[in-house]
Design a binder for this molecule. Sequence first.
Ligand SMILES: NC(=O)c1ccc[n+]([C@@H]2O[C@H](COP(=O)([O-])OP(=O)(O)OC[C@H]3O[C@@H](n4cnc5c(N)ncnc54)[C@H](O)[C@@H]3O)[C@@H](O)[C@H]2O)c1
Ligand SMILES: [Zn+2]
Ligand SMILES: [Zn+2]
Length: 381
Amino acid sequence: MLAADYRGPYRVRAEEKPMPKIEHPRDAIVRVTRSCICGSDLHLYHGMVPDTRVGQTFGHEFCGVVEEVGSAVENLKKGDHVLVPFNIACGQCHFCKQGLYGNCHESNPQATAVAGIYGYSHTAGGYDGGQAEYARVPYADFGPHLIPDWMDPDDAVLLTDVVPTGYQAAEMGGIRNGDTVVVFGAGPVGIMAARCAWLFGAGRVIVIDHVDYRLEFARTYCPAEVYNFREIDVVVFMKKTTDGLGADVCIDAVGGDAVGNGMQYLFGNKLKLEAGNAIPLHWAINSVKKGGIVSIVGVYGPTGNMVPIGNVVNKGLTLRANQAAVKRHLPKLIEHVKNGHIDPKALITHRVPLADISDAYHIFSAKLDNCIKPVLIPNQA
Ligand SMILES: NC(=O)c1ccc[n+]([C@@H]2O[C@H](COP(=O)([O-])OP(=O)(O)OC[C@H]3O[C@@H](n4cnc5c(N)ncnc54)[C@H](O)[C@@H]3O)[C@@H](O)[C@H]2O)c1
Ligand SMILES: [Zn+2]
Ligand SMILES: [Zn+2]
């Protein structure tokens, strides 16, 4: 089969690889019909994630058709159309029982923190992912969700990550009626977080980035007030626009590949003295009001040194963060798609044959051609 192949930083290409096989009675094999590239994949692509091994198949956002199921999988059959949450979760452990599917204790041998994630380095379990014609889906009796007949597959594939992650970002913000919510990052996740902030009762939604075409998209889609951080002093501006108090809720939807401070970028991303840099987290902590909440879905390496933790203490802030527990949110998000409150597929700007995956990574990483979300289409899809 054709599949993504990581060859080192900034090098992902499509290669012929062996077909995945059932390895455990709870496995399924899915023929992939759509698979996205995510901002999280860019951390891999930029060489920022420890133990990303040459030869891995990336891809944690995919949907497709069940080809084969293991002997223990009774709720799926060949031919079912499924979307596959990016978290690999057993559904039975201490953490899964609490709905913390991003923290499953069984699916990742390095289980002190994150659950297994498809195609996301050996730090997240070493599983091959779905930027391929076929993928092995472990715990298939728990993870995959049947795609309703009425649903467009372009919407379904965005329910594997972007929509639940944006939604959880807003949920973790503890937004109350009328709150001012600031979202850092106008990528697919930040855009969705801003959109979902309204569902929780926000009174004002502000999106910050430096890529103008993304800000323009956020302005109409979310909708939101948008600002280019290169044109303002972010923290001073936030204070001024909130009567000197600060925002009620700040959401970090950028993560460790942030730009905006040359020194931090040099230390964190070029010299790798820390795992990426935390500029948006600085801005969030310093822009939120005293007693406010900072919700973090941007992905950071385990160590980020230059986080102003003293300000967190002195301002009495609450920091909330996680990998989104995708499956927990699906029933209500499917309703929101059905009743038109969320239009996920509007984010898709590029449809690229799987064979041209190198181009898709380059365009998305370099923010070329007004790219917001690229989806890869395998030949046989
Ligand atoms: N927690 C989760 O479950 C989860 C799931 C999916 C993605 N993520 C993470 O969310 C983040 C966003 O994902 P995405 O797909 O939208 O990525 P993306 O790379 O498309 O978007 C990130 C955006 O942040 C902007 N940016 C860079 N520096 C900034 C700064 N200092 N302030 C404000 N904006 C800045 C970039 O210009 C870009 O538009 C990534 O870190 C990704 O790994 C987390
Ligand atoms: Zn993703
Ligand atoms: Zn579990």
